[in-house]
Design a binder for this molecule. Structure first.
Ligand SMILES: NC(=O)c1ccc[n+]([C@@H]2O[C@H](COP(=O)([O-])OP(=O)(O)OC[C@H]3O[C@@H](n4cnc5c(N)ncnc54)[C@H](O)[C@@H]3O)[C@@H](O)[C@H]2O)c1
Length: 239
């Protein structure tokens, strides 16, 4: 498959390695220095683009991919305030967009487990839920996109919760607190704890490297290349 990479940072490089191992060809690499290359022949020849850049630049990159008619798979976090707009354009104009806040297969199993546990715990109000995420010190956004997806999974199964907020900020007791810790080079750890006076229940996912995210993104690109629509991990993994 002919793949274009948008963003050649830590994730872009890990994705390139895995894509080549899986027999794909990288036909174009776009980063800050050549961000006008969306109009190039090489970029337009891609069967799919994989985008991992920054919260402030991702949406513009999606629009450039739509304009070039290249399906786009993205893992950039921190742009979700424009989710509805991208979804609408993608569907109305019959483009292909695949997004995951976390491409790791293990994390997606964890998402399913989190929803199940929240559904069970909803019947036991003596337990208070809180969520913690730990990432490397270079991460631009907080809380992580994965933590937000986990929080949404809890909120959708615990109707008495009214929203989420960063721990330490003002808010209501009915809001789910998310603690965001930045530490060393941690690739990504997420933990959900339900705590009562007598015990606590904890589920935790700890990424050991970036490989899992990069492999998931390449598998998603293989899935998205022949499809249309606004796609995500649930479409691919069908949990
Ligand atoms: N969804 C997932 O599974 C997952 C996993 C890891 C990281 N992420 C997210 O992916 C994003 C990138 O992570 P990273 O660790 O590779 O970051 P990074 O800082 O190592 O790389 C980002 C790259 O994007 C480039 N860039 C910036 N603006 C650009 C533009 N306008 N056009 C093209 N390139 C541009 C930068 O020069 C840099 O090379 C972050 O938002 C991070 O949170 C998601």
């Amino acid at each position: 498959m002919r793949i274009a990479l948008i963003g050649y940072g830590k994730m872009g490089k890990a994705i390139e390695r895995i894509a080549l191992e899986r027999g794909h060809t990288i036909v174009s690499v776009i980063d800050i220095a050549n961000k006008g290359d969306f109009a190039s022949e090489a970029f337009r020849s891609a069967e799919v683009a994989i985008e991992f850049t920054t919260p402030g630049t991702a949406v513009d990159n999606y629009l450039q991919c739509f304009a070039a008619g290249v399906p786009v798979v993205s893992g950039t976090t921190g742009w979700l305030d424009r989710w509805d707009e991208i979804r609408q354009i993608c569907i109305a104009c019959n483009h292909t967009f695949f997004y995951a806040s976390n491409f790791s297969i293990g994390v997606n199993i964890f998402f399913a487990l989190n929803k199940y546990l929240a559904r069970v715990m909803n019947r036991f109000p003596a337990y208070e839920a809180h969520l913690t995420e730990i990432h490397h010190i270079h991460k631009a956004d907080a809380p992580s996109g994965t933590a937000i997806t986990l929080a949404e999974g809890i909120l959708e199964n615990m109707p008495h919760k009214t929203g989420w907020r960063l721990a330490g900020t003002d808010g209501l007791p009915s809001e789910l607190p998310i603690q965001a810790i930045r530490e060393g080079e941690v690739p990504g750890t997420h933990e959900i704890v339900y705590e009562s006076d007598i015990d606590s229940i904890c589920i935790r996912h700890e990424a050991k490297s970036r490989e899992g995210f990069a492999l998931g993104a390449v598998i998603a690109a293989e899935f998205a290349a022949g499809r249309k629509g606004f796609l995500g991990m649930n479409d691919m993994l069908t949990f």
